[in-house]
Design a binder for this molecule. Structure first.
Ligand code: SF4
Ligand code: SF4
Length: 191
């Protein structure tokens, strides 16, 4: 049952559901029986604003802002546990990706640290063809947590001393081919 205060606070968008239906994997939401298997299986639902089951319920009810501004889509680690266990074979992880794209497109990512991490990770892959952990960590700290930079020092040192933070990046061979693939996927709107 949705809380009355939430209903009063958020403007409902009754076209939201049909818009979600048109996204990759989105049309499958209509098959959801609200069994809750996804939320109870999700290893990160305890930190999410709403579990995946509730996200689908909110989509159906037209809570566009509540869904797109929630931390749920950014905490989703794409582990696919929910998708594997869903009795209706709904591709929940794909829907989470689609919601991320929509949130970015609508500028509803303010204050989301996971977005900073995600954007810089994509930049690493575009530049080197793979992640460069050291640069990613530096970019994330400077952009998302500049006032808490020192708190990362012990963790950074531990990783560095265990050779988990290489100083120099390694660019893969044939990076141009990878960029062509990423560009094509981006055009298709699949990620
Ligand atoms: S497991 Fe599937 S059917 Fe059940 S609530 Fe989640 S999405 Fe809906
Ligand atoms: S794919 Fe995302 S939503 Fe699904 S169980 Fe994993 S973390 Fe949770």
């Amino acid at each position: 049952m949705l809380d009355r205060d939430i209903v009063a606070e958020y403007k409902l968008d009754h076209d939201f559901l049909s818009e979600i239906y048109s996204l990759p994997g989105g049309h499958e939401i209509k098959k959801c029986i609200q069994c809750g298997t996804c939320s109870s299986s999700c290893p990160l639902s305890y930190v999410m604003d709403h579990g995946p089951r509730k996200i689908f319920s909110l989509i159906r009810a037209g809570f566009r802002d509540e869904v797109l501004r929630s931390n749920t889509i950014w905490y989703c680690s794409s582990c696919y546990t929910c998708s594997v266990r869903c009795p209706k074979n709904i591709k929940i992880t794909d829907v989470m990706y689609a919601l991320k794209r929509l949130a970015v497109a609508e500028g509803k990512t303010k204050g989301k640290k996971a977005v900073v991490l995600s954007r810089n990770f994509a930049r690493m892959v575009n530049t080197y063809g793979r992640n460069h952990e050291t640069e990613l960590m530096m970019r994330y700290i400077l952009e998302a947590e500049p006032h808490h930079a020192f708190k990362f020092l012990p963790q950074g040192w531990l990783l560095f001393s265990n050779r988990r933070l290489p100083l120099l990046p390694h660019r893969i061979k044939n990076i141009q081919q990878l960029r062509k693939i990423l560009k094509k996927v981006d055009e298709l709107g699949e990620i």
